[in-house]
Design a protein. Structure first.
Length: 347
């Protein structure tokens, strides 16, 4: 196994001209691929390559994408198995043989692929058989389903073509942000405002909204309210100053835990960030307090790719990470008593 940076030429050579999604426990791709013939349609915009059918209009195509038959063939494609016809799918439906869709009968919840998904990772394979893992948020949103052709296009867009990323972190009165060109920060800023109630956690605005009565009038409460407004103004000023560089970024990666912190970025009549922006990604792992050092760590972790010689090596290496000892350690951390009134950040 070799670690590479997504912006390095070595990784660009690994990508090559084509990549495809691969499952660690999806079986031998070489054996199954021999069963799959190439299929193409004259009008690719009105066809489904997974089910190998054509449509007369766009409405029929949209309805098809909602069918269990389409989802079944989509999963067949992910594990490099040939699709089935609608009649064959009907027979499976009659026999209640739909475990491959629901995943409730034969699919184990603790498979390597399930574990990889929980870690936010995706495994891809190039023409030479090399396998590499990376955070899937770099390529698409959690609810998004894309083809192998789209994966290559996304890789080229955010790792080869436009290598500018923006990382923003906000929580507990701490703000840290930076704009990176490749691995180098070209803009960065941090600051802190006293907004969290000492010993109790949570923002003052949350406390005020839940009180149901008169707002506390202590000096500390008044100071926290003032600082919350100051925090919003500071973040707005920074984002507005960086606007041209943020607009150039291929990805906007952020962490804003809690309603108040999210409202700073997405609230108001003119929000700093639009929720509909397809470049937006949440950080897929635990983070510490928002500092410049932490922002750089987040960018480094996301930009690191693990490259394996083949699928077997990737499976063996990832299996070690999912060992019983590692699971036991994670379960102890999860079962520890956590005061949810405090910040959700890992300190």
């Amino acid at each position: 196994m070799e670690c590479m940076n997504v912006f390095g030429q070595s990784f660009h050579n690994v990508i090559g001209e084509s990549v495809c999604n691969v499952l660690l426990e999806g079986g031998d791709k070489d054996e199954s691929s021999a069963q799959i013939d190439d299929w193409s349609s004259e009008n690719e915009n009105l066809s489904c390559s997974y089910c190998r059918i054509k449509f007369s209009d766009i409405q029929s195509q949209r309805e098809h994408y909602k069918l269990d038959w389409h989802r079944y063939n989509l999963k067949q494609s992910l594990i490099s198995k040939p699709p089935i016809t609608e009649e064959e799918f009907g027979e499976k439906t009659g026999n209640d043989d739909l475990s491959s869709i629901s995943g409730s009968d034969t699919e184990k919840e603790d498979t390597l692929d399930t574990y990889a998904t929980a870690q936010g990772k995706i495994f891809l394979q190039n023409k030479l058989g090399q396998v590499f893992s990376m955070y899937r948020c770099l390529l698409f949103d959690r609810k998004e389903e894309i083809s192998d052709e789209d994966i290559l296009a996304r890789l080229t867009q955010c790792c080869v073509g436009n290598q500018q990323w923006t990382v923003l972190m906000l929580g507990g009165g701490h703000f840290a942000g930076a704009v990176f060109q490749g691995s180098e920060p070209i803009l960065h800023k941090t600051f802190h405002c006293y907004t969290v109630r000492a010993g109790q956690g949570g923002s003052q605005s949350s406390r005020d909204s839940k009180s149901g009565g008169p707002q506390p009038k202590s000096a500390g409460a008044s100071l926290r309210r003032y600082n919350e407004q100051s925090l919003v103004q500071h973040v707005k000023a920074i984002v507005d100053t960086w606007r041209s560089e943020i607009d150039k970024s291929s990805l906007i990666i952020y962490r804003a835990s809690g309603p108040y912190n999210r409202s700073v970025l997405f609230g108001g009549s003119v929000p700093l960030l639009e929720r509909s922006d397809k470049r937006l990604r949440t950080i897929p792992f635990s983070t510490r307090r928002a500092t410049f050092a932490e922002v750089k760590r987040v960018q480094t972790v996301l930009a690191t790719v693990e490259v394996y010689k083949n699928l077997k090596e990737a499976t063996q290496y990832f299996s070690k990470q999912k060992s019983p000892e590692a699971d036991s350690k994670r379960n102890k951390i999860r079962s520890a008593c956590i005061n949810r009134a405090k910040s959700r950040e890992t300190v």
